[in-house]
Design a protein. Structure first.
Length: 294
């Protein structure tokens, strides 16, 4: 009987090994095509999916500090928005439908979804249009499409915007990227020495590259009426994350989201500005994973 049992054990071992090899998840990346554009994506890890959407003038690599931690428990999908990174072409497709196309192409029926700044505005459009496709949402340093139609933007926040766009109109991308880095990455309430140089360098270099290569064309298009008029209709679990040193317009927008999204939870990360995921990645990842596990 012993040889027989040994053979059975060996067969079971080889079966399990073969089965494991068949179900092993591989990281993938590529372009998802539709109409006149292609959206670049990367998919890593395994488990319940989460899609992350980057901020304006940046790209999917801004989430690199999150990938290792999140992909241990989740399938993490990052994309380059139209007019950014490795995405190509121009499109008149609304951002909510671009995100839908990405999910459908990857065979993902329902996902958690997060975004920072411009990316958070994209996320809001998607949640409002397709709530049945969303598990949970994470809005980081979030703007709100249509916010400026209802509330006056403070002079400090408006000043950086005018400075940057004036430089872009003169095709002075160096000054425009420096202005963007100062206002969004460093912030107006601290010095550059108060944050990691690696984060500053990433934001400046990525912004400069996108300003030169993409030239502010083909950016995401939003739904009308704007999300501002439908924020109170969001009915999925929402985590709002902001930095204590961010611009007033973002702090005010996060206040509005917290007040008008039922059950929303808010975390403010101390001594960070507009990109807390780059400045305090370990703390940021901890909060996100705790929220996703709940």
């Amino acid at each position: 009987m012993k040889p027989f049992l040994a053979i059975i054990s060996l067969l079971l071992f080889n079966f399990c090994k073969l089965n494991h090899q068949k179900t092993e998840v591989k990281d993938t990346s590529g372009l998802i095509k539709f109409k006149n554009a292609s959206i670049y994506y990367e998919k890593k890890g395994s488990g319940d999916p989460i899609l992350l959407v980057h901020g304006g003038f940046l790209e999917h690599t801004m989430w690199d500090p999150q990938i290792a931690d999140l992909s241990k428990e989740h399938t993490v999908i990052t994309i380059d928005l139209p007019g950014h990174g490795q995405s190509k072409g121009d499109t008149t497709v609304l951002i909510k439908d671009i995100i839908l196309t990405v999910l459908d192409s990857l065979g993902i029926n329902k996902t958690s979804i997060g975004g920072l700044s411009l990316g958070a505005s994209c996320v809001q459009d998607f949640i409002i249009a397709y709530p049945e496709r969303v598990n949970k949402a994470i809005l980081v340093a979030s703007g709100i499409n249509g916010y400026d139609k209802k509330f006056k933007i403070d002079s400090l926040s408006r000043s950086w915007y005018n400075t940057m766009w004036d430089a872009l109109e003169r095709k002075d991308t160096i000054k425009a990227a420096a202005s963007f880095t100062k206002s969004w990455c460093i912030g107006f309430f601290r010095d550059s020495s108060d944050m990691k140089q690696s984060a500053r360098d990433y934001v400046y270099n990525t912004t400069l590259k996108n300003m030169r290569e993409q030239k502010v064309t083909g950016w995401p298009r939003f739904t009308q009426p704007p999300a501002m008029e439908n924020i109170d209709k969001i009915n999925v679990p929402v985590l709002i994350i902001d930095g204590s040193k961010d611009l007033p317009v973002i702090k005010n927008a996060c206040d509005y989201l917290e007040k008008n999204i039922k059950g929303a939870k808010r975390i403010t990360i101390p001594n960070t500005a507009h990109m807390p995921n780059l400045e305090e990645p370990e703390l940021f990842n901890k909060y996100v994973l705790e929220f996703l596990r709940q």
